[in-house]
Design a protein around this ligand. Structure first.
Ligand code: FSO
Ligand code: SF4
Length: 531
């Protein structure tokens, strides 16, 4: 196997024995095979035009291969089979004539055979030139991240034909050995552009269904009684579970990236949406031991579970883990039954933290914010956002937030916030110094806030007293970064380490064009930003 798509990749270069994430070589090979199949399908789907069944499958297929999503070989094998059926269908419908190994792809009948084929389809086999391959992989990982956001948007009934067409065109392009570095770099930035549309669709889906988030205190810890813990990013799945548990004496808790769900009016109206439990995704295996109820994952990031809670662990949607029970569709009765069998949670409430500062809430107090900036009460804004992870070096973000001067405001989003979201930052004239904009899925909201501030101050986003200090982990962060670059946002600080799939030459291009740079130390970076 060889995989280097996420930040925790082995030795900072690539997982080649087994995935640090828990991905075994057979699963890695099956995921590589699925991606190969999706490219084969795209050769025909690109010619066919929009076909809802094929386009939907492409989105789900790509999301399946994102870090910390799918670990169950049989499920991935079934997707490869389905991919082949759809490819044959697209071939017949489009009557397109294409040739070459991708066009001729045919998977083996059994999962072991598919895994053996997958070993030949790995990342290293694509394009000879390192820089071209680097740009190709940036595009490929960007497509995976965009597929994750598109999946959530489509679950909420949102779609866009141009975006769906781009998925097929870009996937087909990755099979073209005549394309070079600049072709893939251009496609990668185009991916960032389309992702802005996708993030807008997702925002429309979330806000249209659940209302604009409003600032909301969220209880940490547990309340006496039965409980279900929901982890992931999908709001619709949470809503369905809330409906199905109403009046059953079960408290519903959010974990990790589900925290911002508490801010949505149509979700917070459920009185049994009780609180938030635990920290960021990488702490789940040790923290879930202390959550005696049922646990369900609706998206990444799932980790190898500790034995003690595997029997009360469920997965939903594209997430899978061998041995965890998978819920098909929207019937959560098995989870509810398990929660009722489990022992009660103790009465152990913790402190309250605030969430719900989406763009609507922040821009609702824009006058106050602008006044505070003009009066010199707010000197600078930091967006400290992105993913958390297990590797050392991420304390930088805690230290940065702690050391940010008291006349600065911190906007945050995604699971990286768990590095500092339980600290007290106080407020500036009633404006909290820490504003939780939401999930990584809400990056659109942060962009809207930046654009509105730029508008108010009659300047460009790069001229605002705003610095982006980002942490990345998996492919959703890659595509958000591509979106920021597409928007021309400069001077981003990125950590905790730079992606292994970026070659020195591609990095120089990014530094020269966007002045993007690695984080150093909190003190030095604050000094460099604030002077
Ligand atoms: Fe985090 Fe995981 Fe939201 Fe990612 S829980 S790391 S970028 O899946 O999506 O921020
Ligand atoms: Fe390694 Fe990350 Fe790939 Fe998992 S997803 S195999 S940790 S690079």
């Amino acid at each position: 196997m060889f995989c280097y798509q996420c930040e925790q990749t082995a030795n900072g270069t690539g997982c080649n024995i087994s995935g640090v994430c828990g991905k075994k070589p057979d699963v890695a090979a099956l995921q590589d095979h699925l991606v190969y199949g999706l490219k084969s399908l795209a050769l025909y789907a690109d010619k066919l035009g929009r076909n809802p069944e094929i386009d939907r499958f492409t989105i789900e297929g790509l999301f399946t291969t994102v870090t910390n999503v799918a670990f169950e070989p049989a499920g991935i094998g079934a997707m490869i089979k389905r991919c082949y059926e759809l490819k044959e269908k697209a071939k017949a419908l489009s009557a397109a004539v294409v040739s070459g190994p991708y066009a001729e792809w045919k998977p083996a009948e059994d999962v072991a055979g598919m895994a053996a084929q997958g070993e030949l389809y790995g990342l290293k086999t694509q394009h000879e030139d390192d820089d071209t391959r680097s740009a190709l992989h940036i595009l490929m990982f960007g497509l995976k991240g965009m597929a994750a956001y598109m999946d959530h948007a489509m679950i909420l009934g949102q779609s866009d034909d141009d975006v769906l067409a781009f998925f097929q065109r870009a996937l087909a392009a990755t099979t073209d050995s005549t394309l070079g570095l600049m072709d893939f770099a251009t496609l990668a930035l185009e991916c960032g552009k389309h992702n802005l549309t996708v993030m807008g669709l997702l925002n429309k889906g979330n806000v249209g269904t659940y209302g604009h988030p409003v600032p909301t205190p969220v209880q940490l810890g547990t309340r006496a009684g039965k409980g279900i813990l929901v982890s992931g990013h999908d709001l619709k799945m949470l809503e369905e579970l809330l409906k199905q548990t109403e009046g059953k004496g079960i408290n519903i808790y959010t974990h990790g990236e589900m925290l911002p769900a508490h801010g949505y009016p149509e979700l917070k109206k459920f009185s049994h949406l009780t609180g938030n439990f635990g920290g960021a995704w990488q702490d789940q295996a040790k923290e879930f031991v202390d959550f005696p109820g049922a646990v369900i994952f609706n998206t990444n990031c799932i980790q190898r579970p500790a034995q003690s809670y595997t029997d009360r662990l469920f997965t939903w949607g594209l997430v899978s883990w061998p041995g965890a029970k998978h819920v098909e569709g929207w019937d959560f009765s098995a989870v509810i039954e398990k929660a009722l069998e489990c022992p009660d949670l103790p009465e152990n409430p913790g402190k309250e933290i605030l969430t719900g500062f989406g763009h609507n809430a922040v821009l609702g107090v824009a006058d106050k914010v602008i006044e505070a900036v003009q009066a010199g009460k707010i000197r600078h804004f930091f967006l400290i956002g992105g993913c958390d992870g297990a590797k050392t070096g991420r304390n930088y973000y805690t230290e940065f937030a702690e050391k940010a001067p008291e006349d600065t405001v911190i906007l945050t989003l995604a699971c990286g916030k768990y590095r500092f979201n339980k600290l007290d930052f106080g407020d500036i004239g009633g404006i909290p110094r820490l504003l939780d904009v939401g999930q990584c899925n809400d990056s659109y909201s942060a962009i809207q806030i930046a654009l509105a501030l730029a508008d108010a101050f009659k300047c460009g986003v790069n001229d605002l007293p705003l610095s982006l200090v980002l942490s990345w982990y998996e492919q959703k962060a890659v595509v958000v970064l591509l979106t920021l670059l597409h928007l021309g946002i400069k001077n981003i600080k990125l950590g905790p380490s730079l992606p292994a799939f970026i070659t020195p030459n591609v990095l120089s291009f990014l530094v020269d064009t966007f002045n993007i740079g690695p984080i150093t130390t909190a003190d030095a970076d604050l000094q460099a930003i604030l002077g």
